[in-house]
Design a protein around this ligand. Structure first.
Ligand SMILES: [Zn+2]
Length: 341
């Protein structure tokens, strides 16, 4: 899922995302709540209509940004008090309020409100955070079930908005297992593994995913939040992860970093000054079919806005091509016997 923080996947228009085959984007509740405001978006028919995106949208709970952007936050059992990074105004998010905001935005998939445990965290700290996340998951789900019909759109097939729970537990395998088991008992529509890619070594990320994944039902979506590099997303998808989101392809693109079949290119490098080859000779994206490395380097060095757009389109196409390859190879493998499901 490309990340569309403020109702836009930065520098890439919606019709381009559609032509690249993007089926779902992620919107950030924290940012949209502060600006333009969830009630304004509700009055305009929800996020799909407001940003003109007819395909699927997932919104996060706002928790991750509250914790990462706010040094002045105050956490209680009830919720989190924080100040806006825009104007310093004071706000209070509870699990119920996060769900209300997400229902007003009208995404197709919304996330339970959780506390993303920082890294490193002591066992006591991770355990305390885990209990908060599990209590908030229960409250999020109860509130979601009571209010899901209030989405600002009507679905001819009946209301199909879904709520996913988020497995936390720091880097402690038993805490992760405990959280996964409790969330599965609550019967969410899908499950995410959160609190990863927060600065831990990559082997630990893999260890936590491998620990949790077998505990989550295979017949529901399994989503790892905030990962990763191209080789990581391929590895996790092959383990059975169905969904991932990451700002990396678009953020790296704006900082001159292109992911290619020949490795990472820093397109600002002098070696590309007169390089007429496409950014990635093996890529079929509209940028690689039309433009040269020399031109992309020139745009970046001249500070032209088109630079961000073209680099982002290529990186997104590169990520989507990886997932498309994984999907075809999984489809061609023999089906898993029913007893293993
Ligand atoms: Zn390309």
């Amino acid at each position: 899922m490309p990340v569309g923080t403020q109702g836009t996947v930065k520098a890439v228009p919606q019709d381009t995302l559609e032509s690249l085959g993007v089926e779902i984007i992620l919107g950030n509740t924290y940012h949209l709540y502060l600006r333009p405001g969830h009630e304004a978006i509700r009055r305009m028919g929800g996020l799909h209509r407001f940003i003109s995106w007819p395909r699927a949208i997932l919104t996060d709970s706002g928790g991750f940004q509250v914790f990462s952007l706010n040094s002045l936050r105050k956490v209680t059992a009830d919720g989190v008090q924080f100040r806006s990074h825009l104007d310093g105004s004071s706000h209070f998010f509870t699990p119920e309020h996060s769900i209300d905001v997400q229902i007003a935005l009208g995404a197709d998939i919304i996330m339970a409100f959780d506390e993303c445990t920082e890294y490193p965290a002591s066992r006591d700290r991770a355990e305390e955070s885990l209990h908060l996340t599990m209590a908030w998951a229960r409250r999020s789900l109860d509130h979601f079930r009571a209010h899901r019909h209030k989405v600002p759109w009507t679905d001819p097939k009946g209301c199909c908005i879904q709520c996913f729970g988020i497995v936390q537990g720091g880097m402690y395998r038993d805490l992760r297992r405990q959280c996964a088991e409790r969330l599965v008992e609550m019967d969410f529509d899908g499950y995410a593994i959160g609190g990863l890619s927060v600065g831990e070594p990559r082997e630990l990320t893999l260890e936590m995913i491998s620990e949790v994944l077998p505990l989550l039902p295979k017949n529901k979506p399994r989503y790892v939040m905030g990962v990763g590099y191209p080789d990581e997303i391929e590895q996790y998808a092959r383990l059975g992860v169905d969904m991932m989101d990451c700002v990396l392809p678009t953020r790296a693109a704006r900082h001159a970093l292109l992911f290619t079949s020949e490795g990472r290119l820093n397109i600002k490098n002098k070696q590309f000054a007169e390089d007429q080859s496409p950014p990635d000779p093996a890529c079929q994206c509209p940028v690689c079919r039309r433009y040269s490395r020399a031109y992309l380097r020139h745009l970046m060095n001249a500070g032209e806005p088109l630079s961000a757009t073209l680099n982002s389109i290529h990186n997104l196409a590169y990520y989507l091509a990886i997932m498309s390859r994984v999907r075809s190879s999984l489809e061609s493998e023999p089906a898993t016997p029913a007893s293993d499901r």
